[in-house]
Design a binder for this molecule. Structure first.
Ligand code: ZN
Length: 365
C-alpha cells in the first residue's frame, strides 16, 4: 500500500505499517494527556496499542496461513489505524475454503483470548464493585494491561464477525450463501448487506466514535469494489485473452527518448508501452513511470523500463490474466504467441470488453 513503511517479513509475507497509524498514536497521546494521564500512563497506553496491533498482525497471519494452505499467496499485511488488511492474491472460490480462510483470523484472537484467560485471574475479580473496577482499569498495572488485552481480543472476534462484507463476518456469510447460490449472486447479496450495515456504522460513528466512520467508509467502498470485481470476473468466464487483445500498439526501442512515449500518449489512447528489441519485448514502460519522469523527456526509455514482467498467451483465460495482473500489480501485459509478440492486454480494455459483451449478451450474466 502507498505510504507504508515495511517492518519486515514473516514467512515470506511483508508486514507494513501505514503512515496514518501515527495519527492513532497521536490520538492516544492527546486523549491520555487530556484525561490527566502522566508519562507512565502515556507509555502504558502506547505499549497497549502496539501489543494490540501485534494481535492484529497475528490475526491477519491466520488468514494468510490458511490461504497459503490452499495455494494462495499473500502480498502483504498492512496495519492501518482501524486494523489490519491482508492482501491475498485472491479469495478461494470454493465456499468451504473461503469459510476456513475467513474464520482463521478471528480463530487466532480466540486462541489469544484463551491463553490470556490462563493468566488473568477472573475469579479474583468476581464480586468487584464498580469503584474497584474503575480503580483496577485506571491504574497502569500488569493486571489492567492483561485485562484490556483480553477484552480487546474478544472485541476483535465479535466485531470482525459482524456480517459486513468485506469484513470477516461478511466473507463467512458469502461462503455460507455460496453453498446455495453461485459466487456472483452470493457476493452480490453479501455486498449489499455490507453496504447497508455500513450506514448503521456511519450513524453510530457520527454519534459516538470517529473510527467507526472510517470503518463505515472502508466497508462501503470495499464491498462495492469487490462486488464489481467478482461480477466482472464472472462475466469473463470462458472468454480468452485473444478476444480482448490490443493489436494497435506503438512499440518503443530502448534508445528512444521518453518524449516519444509522451507524444504517443497525447496523440492517441495508449497509456503503457512495450519496449522491444528485434520484435522481442525487453521491458514495459508503465504509464505511472512516464508521468513520474515527464519532466525529463530526453531520458532514454531503456533506463526507465521494468525489465521483469509477466506475459500471457492469446489462448489463456481472461480470468487468469486478471489474476496475473493482480499478483504482479501490473495492469498491462504483453501477449506472446510462442516467441512472437502479437499484442497486449490491459485491465482497461478488459473492462471495455465486459461492458460491450454485457451489452450484447445480457442473458449471459
Ligand atoms: Zn480478519
Amino acid at each position: 500500500m502507498k505510504g507504508s513503511l515495511i517492518l519486515g517479513k514473516v514467512g515470506g509475507v511483508r508486514i507494513e505499517i501505514h503512515w496514518t497509524f501515527t495519527l492513532l498514536l497521536l490520538w492516544v497521546l492527546f486523549s491520555t494527556l487530556k484525561q490527566g494521564g502522566d508519562t507512565t500512563m502515556v507509555l502504558f497506553n502506547i505499549t497497549l496499542i502496539f501489543v494490540l496491533f501485534l494481535c492484529v498482525v497475528l490475526h491477519e497471519l491466520g488468514h494468510s496461513y490458511m490461504a497459503h494452505r490452499f495455494g494462495i499467496p499473500t502480498r502483504a499485511i498492512t496495519l492501518l489505524p482501524i486494523g489490519g488488511v491482508a492482501s491475498l492474491d485472491k479469495m478461494p472460490e470454493e465456499p468451504q475454503r473461503e469459510l476456513a480462510v475467513a474464520l482463521a483470523g478471528p480463530a487466532v484472537n480466540v486462541l489469544i483470548a484463551l491463553l490470556l484467560l490462563l493468566v488473568v485471574p477472573l475469579n479474583a475479580y468476581r464480586g468487584f464493585t464498580t469503584e474497584q473496577w474503575e480503580q483496577l482499569l485506571a491504574a497502569p498495572s500488569r493486571e489492567a494491561f492483561l485485562l484490556y488485552l483480553l477484552m480487546a481480543n474478544i472485541l476483535l472476534v465479535v466485531f470482525n464477525l459482524i456480517p459486513a462484507f468485506p469484513m470477516d463476518g461478511g466473507r463467512v456469510l458469502r461462503a455460507l450463501l455460496g453453498f446455495s447460490y453461485n459466487r456472483s449472486r452470493a457476493t452480490d447479496i453479501a455486498a449489499r448487506l455490507g453496504q447497508g450495515l455500513s450506514f448503521i456504522f456511519l450513524i453510530l460513528g457520527l454519534l459516538f466514535n470517529p473510527f467507526l466512520v472510517i470503518i463505515a467508509i472502508f466497508i462501503f467502498f470495499g464491498a462495492y469494489a469487490e462486488n464489481k470485481m467478482v461480477q466482472q470476473t464472472f462475466q469473463l468466464r470462458g472468454h480468452k485473452v485473444r478476444e480482448a487483445l490490443l493489436t494497435d500498439l506503438t512499440l518503443l526501442q530502448a534508445e528512444d527518448p521518453l518524449e516519444k512515449a509522451i507524444e504517443t500518449i497525447l496523440k492517441g489512447t495508449e497509456k503503457d508501452f512495450i519496449v522491444v528489441r528485434e520484435n522481442k519485448p525487453i521491458g514495459i514502460l508503465p504509464n505511472k513511470t512516464i508521468l513520474e519522469y515527464a519532466q525529463a523527456p530526453q531520458r532514454p526509455i531503456g533506463e526507465l523500463i521494468k525489465t521483469s514482467f509477466p506475459c500471457v498467451g492469446p489462448d489463456s483465460d481472461l480470468e487468469k490474466a486478471i489474476e496475473i495482473m493482480g499478483h504482479h500489480q501490473q495492469k498491462f501485459l504483453p501477449v506472446l504467441e510462442g516467441e512472437t509478440l502479437i499484442g497486449a492486454i490491459s485491465s482497461e480494455n478488459i473492462s471495455e470488453f465486459i461492458m460491450l459483451k454485457a451489452g450484447l449478451a445480457p442473458q449471459a450474466t
